[in-house]
Design a protein around this ligand. Structure first.
Ligand SMILES: Nc1ncnc2c1ncn2[C@@H]1O[C@H](COP(=O)(O)OP(=O)(O)OP(=O)(O)O)[C@@H](O)[C@H]1O
Ligand SMILES: Cc1cn([C@H]2C[C@H](O)[C@@H](COP(=O)(O)O)O2)c(=O)[nH]c1=O
Length: 665
């Protein structure tokens, strides 16, 4: 972790240098001209130049990061950047004309950016080797907040502080010590500082793993194509890369359309800056608070959901007719994009092998730049093409323009991309998305169903005390066996040796009775063992498993009866069973008084649960009925006061149609 702390300092210094460099180079170039148009062109030109190198060097940068020693790569690049950036403010001091100064600032920026493309994948590939996997997310949060939150603000503050301080003091400084020049020196010396720290302080990122040594034996061309093949053929990585591009494309469209959009809200020029600031605020909130909010939610799912959130919010922006709505939309676009970026990079860090990481990160960073540039440009062109019409909505009137159509289309495409990535990399197939999100927000994500091939059928009988479950289980098993079926009759608690001991612990009336939570855990333990050793193996071989009680009994007795939180009991059971659900639940509904009288007439002492209060058994009864009402297709609810044979007939009828359907399919 010490290595990571040093690397974080390096990143902060490098990022601070980057931001101050971006601002200062643009200002420096524009300050060489008097004419406002030339100033604007010089400012925009140097910034645009920063994006171009990605196209040229991008493809090879990842191979360099994977092929050579990453520590030396970073140090060499930083020393070169130091020299290049330092040269920018020196040109006019040595008599360069404004045109030459701007030309050199542009070329130097281009060169600096080009070699930065080698530095970034080397750094990205090195980070996961310095931190334990469990700390990757938090270190990413720290890095992203530093890079996109703290350092740009610090850079802007320092630059404007220097300029304002100078103006107020009225002091005149020599040419080489003007604020912009000072900022450029800072940019250059930040590189020297990072080179020194990486060389002397983070030796851990040097050297190569045996896998990297082996990969480096391939030719550069083969290593390059191997990287692309890996991305194209690995669903998780493909989903992540496409998703990240989608999120940035949506962001690019918002940026490209923002100016005309602000006008369409009738809120003036200030609205543009307000929307922009709000997106960045959302970004910071998403990155800073996202993990705290979603807690244990699967990161793969979080990634897909974040893209859908960002894209849905872009659509919302397309529909917003008031600045306040647009600000909410912009905040959510930022939050969604921030969370997608954080979860995406965390997944990439954690899932990609060391020897491939440089190439994957190179594709991501280059792709992101290109997608962003393309989206901003295209959006700018498209919004300029269409005309707009003002529509009156009573209290408000709104411009229906090409901008809004563009936002709606971009948002819809983003949602489609988000759902696509979600599907490609979902690690909990079969677990309901919204229920999982809701449970995760409450700290208990749902467990994924354990994958196994079951050709059998799982039937469960549920109901209160004395409802007639054992009687019906026996009759059903007989009927099915007569048809020549493989039937396994079982029950909870107590179907296994371990279960029998647990049954004694929960049902015997002892001095030291288990507390409510201990009781819930004991039933869950019995269930976990029962499912693993009896139910799953029988289902796997194609048997019909008929169980006297299952998960619903815990929800009804421990949840409603003992008033423990039902969601928690549900989560516990789903964890215990690995998500195994019955194909059919037969609920024998009986009035507790009737059932308990039947139990009484069976003879013997009432057990610990049978001895519970009438109110307890009433709660249990209605909990069973509620569960059945929530999922009617899976339940057969029968009035248990009907004669035994009638009930048995209804059960076999339902079962025959079910088993017939299974066999026919
Ligand atoms: N439909 C019915 N009508 C009347 N009596 C019934 C009916 N079904 C079962 N019984 C009787 O009620 C008593 C309890 O039946 P059974 O043991 O099948 O219920 P159970 O739900 O399994 O009970 P427990 O909750 O104790 O497990 C038995 O004596 C049984 O013969
Ligand atoms: C599975 C399960 C059962 N119980 C209770 C319900 C009954 O009172 C007893 C089991 O007795 P039976 O004669 O075998 O029906 O245990 C529970 O409270 N929670 C559960 O998960």
């Amino acid at each position: 972790m010490r290595g990571f702390r040093r690397l974080w300092l390096v990143l902060a210094a490098a990022s601070f240098g980057d931001w101050i460099g971006i601002l200062a180079t643009g200002l420096f170039a524009s300050a060489q001209f008097e004419n406002p148009a030339a100033q604007g062109a010089a400012f925009g030109g140097t910034i645009a130049v920063r994006l171009l190198p990605a196209l040229l060097l991008g493809p090879i940068a990842g191979v360099i990061a994977d092929r050579f020693d990453r520590r030396y790569t970073m140090v060499i690049v930083d020393l070169l950047r130091f020299v290049i950036y330092l040269s920018i403010p020196l040109v006019p001091l040595f008599g360069g004309s404004p045109a030459l100064t701007v030309a050199w600032a542009t070329i130097a920026t281009f060169l600096g950016e080009t070699i930065t493309l080698i530095w970034i994948p080397a750094k990205e590939a090195a980070v996961p080797n310095l931190i334990p996997k469990s700390r990757i997310e938090i270190s990413n949060q720290l890095t992203l907040v530093t890079t996109y939150g703290i350092t740009p603000i610090l850079a802007a503050l320092l630059l404007s502080g220097l300029t304002a301080g100078l103006q107020q003091s009225g002091a005149s400084l020599p040419d080489w010590a003007q604020p912009v020049q000072l900022a450029l020196y800072i940019n250059a010396f930040a590189r020297l500082a990072t080179a020194i720290v990486v060389f002397f302080g983070i030796k851990e990122i040097g050297g190569k793993s045996p896998a990297r040594e082996m990969a480096a034996e391939q030719s550069i061309g083969k290593q390059f194509t191997a990287g692309w093949k890996y991305i194209g053929s690995t669903p998780l990585v493909r989903g992540l890369v496409v998703g990240i591009f989608g999120a940035f494309a949506a962001g690019g469209v918002v940026i490209g359309a923002a100016r005309t959009y602000a006008v369409s809200l009738g809120a003036g020029e200030a609205a543009f800056y307000l929307l922009f600031g709000t997106i960045f605020m959302g970004l910071a909130l998403g990155i800073g608070l996202g993990p705290m909010i979603v807690r244990e939610l699967s990161r793969r799912r979080w990634f897909g959901m974040s893209i859908v959130l960002a894209s849905g919010s872009v659509m919302f922006l397309g529909l917003a007719f008031h600045l306040s709505m647009a600000l909410v939309g912009a905040l959510l676009v930022g939050a969604g994009a921030g969370m997608a970026f954080l979860s995406g990079t965390t997944l990439l860090y954690g899932e990609i092998a060391d020897e491939l990481r440089g190439r994957v990160f190179a594709v991501v960073q280059i792709g992101v730049r290109m997608v962003l540039l393309l989206a901003i440009t295209l959006a700018g062109i498209l919004v300029g093409l269409g005309s707009s019409r003002r529509v009156d909505l009573g209290a408000f009137s709104v411009d229906v323009s090409a901008t809004r159509v563009l936002l709606l289309v971009a948002g819809a495409i983003g949602i489609w991309v988000g759902i696509g990535s979600f599907r490609q990399m979902d690690d909990k197939p079969g677990v309901a998305v919204l229920a999982d999100l809701w449970s995760s927000l409450r700290g208990r994500p749902l467990s994924p169903a354990e994958s196994f091939v079951a050709s059998g059928c799982f039937v469960v009988f549920e109901g209160g005390e004395g409802a007639g479950k054992s009687t019906q289980v026996t009759l059903l098993a007989e009927a099915l066996r007569k048809e020549g079926r493989d039937v396994v009759v079982t029950r909870e608690p107590g179907a296994t040796d371990l279960g029998a001991r647990i049954r004694g612990l929960v049902l015997n009336k002892a001095e030291d009775a288990p507390s409510a939570r201990a009781e819930a855990l004991l039933y869950a333990a019995d269930r976990a063992h029962h499912v693993a050793t009896v139910v799953r193996p029988a289902l796997a071989r194609g048997a019909v498993v008929v169980s006297d009680r299952y998960v619903d009994s815990s929800l009804a007795y421990q949840g409603a009866g003992r008033t423990l939180p039902v969601q928690e009991i549900s989560w516990l059971s789903s964890w215990a069973t690995g998500g195994l659900k019955p194909d059919l639940v037969v609920l024998l509904d009986v009035e507790p008084g009737v059932g308990l009288t039947r139990v009484d007439s069976r003879g013997g002492d009432a057990d610990r649960l049978e001895s519970e209060s009438r109110a307890f058994h009433e709660r249990v009864r209605y909990a069973f009925l509620d569960l059945a009402a929530a999922d009617p297709k899976r339940y057969l609810v029968l009035d248990a006061s009907r004669p035994v044979e009638e009930l048995a007939g209804a059960v076999t009828e339902r079962l025959s149609s079910m088993l017939g359907a299974v066999e026919g399919s």
